[in-house]
Design a protein around this ligand. Structure first.
Ligand code: FAD
Length: 459
């Protein structure tokens, strides 16, 4: 395939294509438990036209194309399961426009969270968007496309709900615009047109390459605070979350449950995030939240925790650096979690299952919840850190993840950003007509089957 290498070099320039073992080694794996899969080429394009030319070439040569953002999805979704070209989008990192009045931004698909956050802080401190706790090199596109969630998800829902529009290179090479930008110069919304974004969001790079996206921005109130409520009875948690989301006062609501450090075992820590435009408004919200959970405090079933100033600063960091530290507790950099999207009423079942599975696989349990929307659902994370240099440890984590995925589906949840074996489990549970529809969509968009083949195979 020497001619493919030459053709790619012609498109992006020799320094931005590689078939060398060092690069292929890195692009064949991610920090999760899945086995490495080697690409044949890694290409780093700089423009939509270059992406288009690569996709045309891949169609001619019938070779796979796998888009890659920050490569931090953890479930191996941008490992090239059938070889081919990994399309690293990181050079397409421009911030094209910020429309302050209509509160949206247009960015290229390789733009990382860290870069965009720093840009807003410097140029538009009155605006923000919802970002995940992923390391800052994760891309906004990669996160939105997988239905991620983050620091404003209680108020604004899944990150895919921030999406106003897309520019996408279809698997057959045409460049297509989705949302208001298809019809006007503005990227203000996906409505009132047919919502074609659904052909690309939640498909994990199997239906096209996103090159630009428009995202909603939100006011950034000057005051921020957080409160911690401690609870030790998982059966109370659904009601507590229901009550708190009912206040409509929170931006983010998390629950953290972990066997380590030992004094936290058996406790559920609720992290409640609020913002306001003045100290009075902040105090009013704090009072209201305390009143909402008063019955639990009065019955001594729970209580608010005093948080010293230095610790509060850590909790208010975006992204939470403590989270990244946890991801490396075993050293050796291995980390993966099942993020189960499920209704709030499953909290106690999901919690008990997590403790049981962790005990079975001889690992300290680490569970975390992020409430999405006004309690419309939650992302229930079962995290497994492992040492990547120790294959026994990696395979143990892989088995624990597989069992967790199975249990989540049995309970009535759906594993989020599922790794390849979990995709098969989900498809087994799915209505067969839905699977057929997915197959029709994918086959119609990608007749040569070049986009991220092996992932979400619905044929
Ligand atoms: C410590 C830690 C904390 C985390 N916390 C959170 C959290 O709070 N919330 C959360 O949502 N996630 C979290 N994550 C998970 C993950 O890192 C993020 O979701 C991240 O934003 C994924 O983005 P990425 O750029 O790394 O995507 P990638 O891994 O590069 O890609 C993800 C998927 O999207 C596809 N894709 C990427 N770019 C394109 C494109 N341009 N066109 C078409 N398809 C594309 C890829 O093929 C792949 O299937 C966390 C991860 C870690 C390690």
């Amino acid at each position: 395939m020497a001619n493919v290498y030459e053709a790619l070099a012609e498109i992006v320039g020799k320094e931005y294509v590689s078939d060398q073992p060092e690069e292929l080694f890195f692009y064949s794996r991610d920090p999760g438990t899945m086995d490495p899969k080697k690409p044949d080429y890694v290409v780093v394009p700089q423009s939509t036209e270059e992406v288009q030319a690569i996709v045309h070439l891949a169609n001619r040569e019938k070779i796979p194309v796998v888009p890659l953002g920050g490569g931090l999805v953890l479930s191996g979704l941008s490992r090239p399961l059938k070889g081919g070209i990994v399309l690293d989008m990181k050079r397409m990192n421009k911030i094209i426009e910020v429309n302050e009045t209509s509160r949206y931004a247009v960015i290229e698909a390789g733009c990382a969270h860290g870069v965009f956050q720093a840009y807003l802080k410097q140029h538009y401190p009155n605006l923000k968007y919802s970002s995940p706790d992923a390391p800052p090199s994760a891309t906004i596109a990669g996160n939105i496309l997988i239905h991620g969630s983050g620091h404003m998800s209680q108020a604004t829902g899944f990150h895919s709900e921030m999406l106003n529009g897309l520019e996408v290179v279809l698997p057959t090479g045409e460049v297509c615009k989705i949302g208001s930008c298809s019809t006007t110069p503005y990227w203000f919304s996906r409505a009132p047109l047919p919502d074609l974004a659904g052909l690309f969001v939640g498909w994990f790079g199997t239906t096209g390459v996103i090159t630009k996206l428009g995202i909603k921005l939100y006011p950034n109130p000057a005051k921020k605070d957080m409160m911690i409520f401690l609870n030790d009875n998982p059966d109370h948690m659904t009601d507590i979350l229901y009550k708190l989301t009912g206040t409509e006062m929170l931006e983010d609501l998390n629950v953290s449950c972990s066997a380590l450090p030992a004094h936290m075992e058996g406790l559920q820590l609720l992290l409640i995030y609020i913002t306001a435009n003045s100290d009075e408004e902040l105090e009013l919200k704090r009072k209201f939240i305390r009143a909402t959970l008063r019955s639990y405090v009065d019955s001594k079933d729970g209580g608010f925790m005093f948080i010293p100033g230095f610790a509060k600063g850590r909790f208010l960091e975006v992204p939470l650096r403590e989270m990244t530290k946890y991801a490396d507790t075993k050293k050796g950099g291995g980390f993966e979690y099942v993020g189960a999207i499920m209704p709030l009423e499953l909290f106690s079942r999901a919690y008990r299952a997590g403790i049981e599975i962790a005990a079975k696989y001889n690992t300290p349990y680490s569970l975390a919840v992020r409430v999405i929307g006004r309690g419309h659902c939650m992302m229930f994370a079962y995290a497994y850190a492992f040492n990547r240099a120790d294959d026994t440890d990696r395979l143990n984590a892989q088995r624990a993840l597989h069992e967790t995925n199975r249990r989540v589906l049995e309970m009535g949840g759906i594993p989020w950003k599922a790794e390849e074996p979990a995709q098969k489990l989900i498809l087994e549970h799915m209505d067969p007509h839905t699977v057929q529809l997915m197959n029709k969509v994918r086959s119609a968009l990608d007749p040569n089957g070049i986009m991220n083949p092996g992932n979400w195979e619905v044929k």
